[in-house]
Ligand binder design. Structure first.
Ligand code: X2W
Length: 282
């Protein structure tokens, strides 16, 4: 045998308690632009999501696409900069953000899920008023902070066996407005509104690291606050841990920050004893 089929069967058997635990659970998965990688990585991610759905989980994919937005802005000669991890977004930029996220990136993920045999429907925060935002900070222009969530459409899709794929673009209180929402923030708001069992933030780092650079596998909100005050949690990790703390406050049971580049990262986290990355819960 060129493969250990007995071990494969054992792995499946060992997954039973986890499959039972997560049957009917709502799991929001943030799929960041940096975790998307090539077509093979996209297909593998899609396969994991389809498997989750197949075993009775209700997954919601919330995606980013920062690198793809950068590429299109570059082609159009529009300059872009980030302040505290968020893209300063003027009118021209928000149009490109909406086109790239809701068009290109969203449909790629929807297609990848369908290629693996799942049913997926793409939507943005504008559809059915899923996510209504207001300006986060005047300095950032059309960057939105979600203020009102209407997640019934996601429940309707769960009911129909369809996997929702959400682009982090929101409508404003004035319905003619469009806001660019950070993908992590959008995923946290959706997970909070759904009272999700898990929020998985798939990124390109292995988790929250301590002062010596080791990944901390389990963290309480208090530890996260302390590590942030001590400057151990810094830079690009801050929006993720802030999202995690806000989501826990809103009733999400646990948030996991994990390396989306690991093969089958989401399955490893949900369906094995091992887990992956850093889990934050009270
Ligand atoms: C992000 C939205 C996309 C995103 C942006 O314009 O890049 C803000 O910064 P990643 O791939 O998850 O970084 N929005 C306000 O979050 O993409």
């Amino acid at each position: 045998m060129d493969r250990d089929w007995i071990a494969t069967a054992k792995t499946l058997s060992e997954a039973l308690p986890y499959l039972q635990r997560y049957s009917g659970a709502v799991v929001v998965v943030k799929f960041g632009g940096n975790a998307m990688g090539d077509a093979a990585a996209m297909a593998e991610f899609a396969r994991d999501i389809v498997l989750m759905r197949q075993v009775g989980v209700n997954p919601v994919v919330v995606h980013g696409g920062g690198p793809m937005i950068n590429e299109m802005l570059g082609k159009l000669g529009i300059e872009s900069r980030f302040v505290r991890g968020k893209r300063v977004t003027d009118q021209a930029t928000v149009e490109v953000v909406e086109m790239v996220l809701t068009g290109l990136v969203n449909k790629r993920i929807v297609q990848a899920i369908m290629d693996e045999g799942g049913r997926a429907v793409g939507l943005s925060g504008k559809d059915d008023d899923l996510m209504v935002a207001e300006a986060d900070d005047p300095e950032l222009g059309f960057v939105g902070r979600p203020v009102e969530m209407n997640v019934q459409v996601l429940r309707d899709l769960f009911e129909a066996g369809i996997i929702p794929v959400v682009a982090p673009v929101a409508t404003g209180m004035d319905p003619n407005e469009t806001f660019n929402v950070n993908g992590d923030t959008a995923a946290g708001a959706i997970a909070g509104a759904l009272q999700a069992d898990r929020l998985l933030l798939l990124t390109d780092v292995s988790g929250v690291k301590d002062a010596s650079g080791e990944v901390v596998t389990q963290l309480s909100p208090e530890q996260v606050r302390q590590m942030t005050a001590d400057g151990i949690i810094a830079g690009g990790m801050i929006p993720k841990t802030e999202t995690a703390l806000a989501a826990l406050d809103e009733g999400v049971r646990a948030v996991v920050i994990l390396d989306g580049r690991l093969p089958n990262a989401a399955l490893l986290e949900l369906f094995t004893e091992h887990g992956a990355g850093s889990i934050i819960r009270s």
